[in-house]
Design a protein. Structure first.
Length: 215
């Protein structure tokens, strides 16, 4: 009976989960930098919102103190908190939500329209990463990509090596959590004004050449 009651209230909490929040199942393990929300049913004094896991893998919980949570999944953490809260609450029912995952981010910089740090799915290919960062400024010129892995190894790729005329000819490199992708800027970038100027120069030279040759 107690298990059925807990299941009912757990599902109730899921229904009332705020928009934009993320609820991770028992397969996800909590990491430093993650943003948590912890709810104790009918006890707001033992509920906390927007609490970050510290670099040492802990966070501070009201009435209990420092809680080690890194490496545990939300269900394991909820059970631990319920056990500790039994000193203050009869049959505590705790639900742990993970609202933001810190370690699933990668850096995308260089010759893209919106460089920055982004949340990615594990194994995002570089073309999807281009889209996440607003696309390459000029895809025909931004052809070299350098990836600095989380373990500080460096890889470099030429985009044209992975795209044939109408098909992918190689396995596309992928980004993982903690990686940094840098799209190298081309050696030169002509603005519209410079293109217009050079076009005028070419036309002028052509006209002068024609006049010299036929007059």
């Amino acid at each position: 009976m107690k298990k059925n009651v807990k299941l009912f209230f757990f599902l109730l909490c899921v229904v009332w989960l705020p928009a934009g929040s993320l609820l991770y199942g028992n397969i996800y393990t909590i990491s430093p930098g993650d943003l948590l929300e912890i709810r104790t049913l009918s006890h707001p004094e033992f509920s906390v919102s927007n609490i970050y896991v510290l670099p040492d893998g802990t966070f501070h919980f009201p009435g209990i103190g420092a809680i080690e949570c890194a490496g545990k999944n939300p269900h394991e953490l909820a059970l631990e908190l319920e056990e500790k809260l039994e000193v203050y609450v009869v049959n505590p029912m705790v639900t742990v939500f993970i609202k933001q995952v810190e370690h699933q981010r990668a850096n995308i910089y260089g010759y893209v329209n919106a460089p920055g740090r982004y949340y990615i799915s594990e194994g995002t290919d570089i073309f999807a990463a281009f889209g996440i960062a607003g696309g390459v400024v000029n895809f025909r010129r931004g052809t070299t990509v350098k990836i600095i892995r989380a373990d500080l190894t460096v890889e470099e790729y030429r985009v044209r090596d992975y795209v044939g005329a109408d098909r992918i000819v190689h396995t596309v490199p992928r980004l993982y959590a903690g990686d940094t992708m840098y799209v190298r800027e081309p050696c030169y970038i002509l603005t519209d004004e410079w293109r217009t100027f050079l076009y005028a120069v070419v036309v002028t030279i052509s006209v002068l050449t024609y006049i010299n040759n036929y007059h």
